[in-house]
Design a protein around this ligand. Structure first.
Ligand code: TDO
Length: 179
């Protein structure tokens, strides 16, 4: 089995994936995506887009989500560097509504954040982050929550670097969600 896949203990739909790494004197090999195996573990396995971003140490991107009818589930990994990845459950009928997960992700580890979640990450080092999304990007449906919203119970360091766009995001209680 090329992957070890586990559920988050609280928010079961969030999955942690460890890839089997084949090291040899040339370097290493590992699989990033295999349709059938993801399906067996209830990870939505039809992805429409693959993204790569580079973030300098202390950059925070988030907390982002795409609105209906083009929600985005995300399968996230790190090519080099180290991030803390966050997923916030925004599904109104979920027992874990407004709860979040946070995991350190490095090369060889992946996290699946389902549709109906906001997503963000903090770069603990200069980091290349690669992620697949279940729907294509649609700027008119792009949305997000302010990084410092107290309701989220997520405390980020004071020295984070964020985009002008992310500084202007709204608080959770100002957003109309229909997930
Ligand atoms: C996300 C995205 C952005 N863009 C463009 C829009 C903009 O001009 C530029 C930078 O966009 P952003 O500032 O939104 O990039 P960024 O802050 O990295 O946004 C990403 O953050 C992480 C946490 C996610 O979960 C992603 O889904 C996405 O929202 O890239 C695309 O063309 N396609 C895309 O899929």
């Amino acid at each position: 089995m090329p992957f070890e896949i586990t559920d988050d203990p609280i928010i079961k739909d969030v999955k942690l994936v460890n890839s089997k790494k084949f090291d040899d004197n040339r370097g290493f090999f590992e699989e990033v995506y295999r349709e059938k195996i993801l399906e067996d573990f209830n990870i939505q396995n039809k992805f429409s887009q693959v993204n790569l971003s580079f973030s300098k140490k202390n950059v925070f991107r988030g907390f982002h989500f795409q609105l209906n009818p083009e929600l985005q589930g995300k399968l996230i990994t790190v090519i080099s560097g180290k991030i803390i990845d966050y997923g916030i459950d925004l599904r109104k009928d979920s027992k874990s509504f407004k709860c979040h997960v946070e995991y350190e992700i490095t090369s060889g580890k992946m996290i699946y954040i389902p549709e109906g979640f906001a997503h963000g990450f903090l770069a603990l080092e200069d980091s290349y982050v690669l992620y697949l999304t279940t729907n294509e990007f649609n700027q008119s449906l792009d949305s997000g929550i302010r990084y410092d919203d107290k309701e989220l119970n997520i405390s980020l360091p004071d020295n984070i670097i964020i985009s002008e766009k992310d500084k202007k995001l709204k608080h959770l209680n100002e957003l109309a969600l229909d997930f």
